[in-house]
Structure formats: C-alpha cells, structure tokens
Design a protein around this ligand. Structure first.
Ligand code: UDP
Length: 194
C-alpha cells in the first residue's frame, strides 16, 4: 500500500477509481472498509488527539480531501497529486450501493437535515435501501445508538458528526458495529438535504 506521512499522519495515494474498485473486495471478503477524509484540520488535531490519530492509522482508505493535503505533500515528496473530495467519495459509495442493492444508515447532522438527506438519497438512488437514520444531537447512550444502528442491518454507515467527533466516535465504537463500509462525511448530509 502506498502511503505518505504528512506531519506524522498517514495519507494514502488514492484515486477515486482505486476506492470504487476496492468496495466490492471488502464486501466479498466481509471485512470492514474505513474511508477517512483527511484534511489539514484533522492532521493538526491528530497531532494532539491520540484517539483521532489511532482512527487514521487504522483506517483502510485515507484520502486527501482537498487541495490542502496536496499542497502539504509538496513540502515532502509530492506523491499525493490528486485531491479526492469526501462528497464525491460518498456519491461513489451511493452509486455502488444503487448498482449492488446495498443498504445504508445515516448518523449525524440535525434531525431535519438527516431526515431530508435520507429522503433525497432514497429518491435519487431507487435501489438503495435507506435502512435508517439518527441525528447527531440525540441524547441516547452510545450503547443504545450502537444497538439502533446494528438493528437496521445496513451495509454502509455514514457518520456526519464533524471533526474530531466523528473520528473519535468511530474509533471507539467501530468494533461493535456491524456495517461493512464506514465513512466520515463531515457536512455532507447538509449538502444532500438541499
Ligand atoms: N454535528 C452533529 N453533532 C454534533 C456536532 C456536529 O451531528 O455534535 C454535525 C453538524 O450538524 C453537521 C456536521 O456535523 O451536519 C458537520 O459539521 P461541520 O460542518 O461543523 O464539520 P466539518 O465538516 O467541518 O468537519
């Protein structure tokens, strides 16, 4: 695997094509695929936050979300040449789910936002089963939230709690969660709700 360390944070040389091709491999092998969006902000956070650092170290796909990482790569050896926007990765995952009749769960954002994003995604990708969603301000315990997500038997979990909450949450609870594909998506539900 080709990886470059930017301020001690691993970032993979990945294109959108690589990510798309890997999706079916992880389903076929029943292994968890973790798509982590890396931007300069999260690199700076991970310098001080061990949980975030560990999340990034263990993620299977750490893509350079934005031109900031491509610029930072130029200070070292410049091998990360292509930016891969998180919203485009989410769109690719949704496309894959539509083509392969997979189910998704949305966790995060404000109640009205996540509900509308779920409706819009369902409308645009008719073969996807939007198995459920939960807003990112819900006061239930982590155990209850994990149970809710697992009871929906989704293939893909998108987590939109903002950074570093979404990275910390996934780092702590991923071992207990049953989806196959995980992606930290920041403000993407807000985009899909529009
Ligand atoms: N968010 C959430 N729970 C929180 C804090 C934030 O669900 O406790 C959601 C927020 O509503 C938004 C998303 O996280 O939909 C991303 O927030 P922001 O744009 O601040 O994060 P970034 O994209 O910069 O990481």
């Amino acid at each position: 695997k080709k990886v470059e360390y930017i301020l001690n944070t691993p970032v993979d040389y990945l294109t959108m094509t690589d990510i798309k091709q890997d999706l079916s491999w992880y389903f076929d092998h029943h292994q968890k695929m973790v798509l982590a969006s890396i931007n300069p902000q999260i690199i700076l956070i991970s310098e001080k936050n061990k949980c975030v650092k560990s999340f990034i170290e263990h993620a299977t796909h750490r893509f350079a979300d934005g031109i900031g990482i491509v610029k930072m790569s130029q200070w070292t050896n410049g091998r990360i040449k292509e930016r891969v926007a998180g919203i485009d990765v989410m769109a690719s995952v949704l496309e894959f789910c539509h083509e392969n009749k997979k189910s998704i769960f949305l966790y995060g954002a404000k109640p009205k936002v996540v509900a509308q994003a779920a409706r819009n995604i369902q409308k645009d990708y008719s073969n996807i089963r939007v198995s459920g969603w939960l807003d990112g301000y819900d006061k239930k315990s982590s155990g209850e939230i994990i149970d809710i997500i697992n009871q929906h038997h989704a293939d893909v979990l998108f987590v939109a709690l903002g950074s570093p909450k979404q990275e910390e949450w996934l780092q702590r609870y991923m071992p207990q969660l049953n989806p196959t594909i995980f992606q930290t998506v920041g403000g993407s539900f807000d985009v899909y709700s529009g």
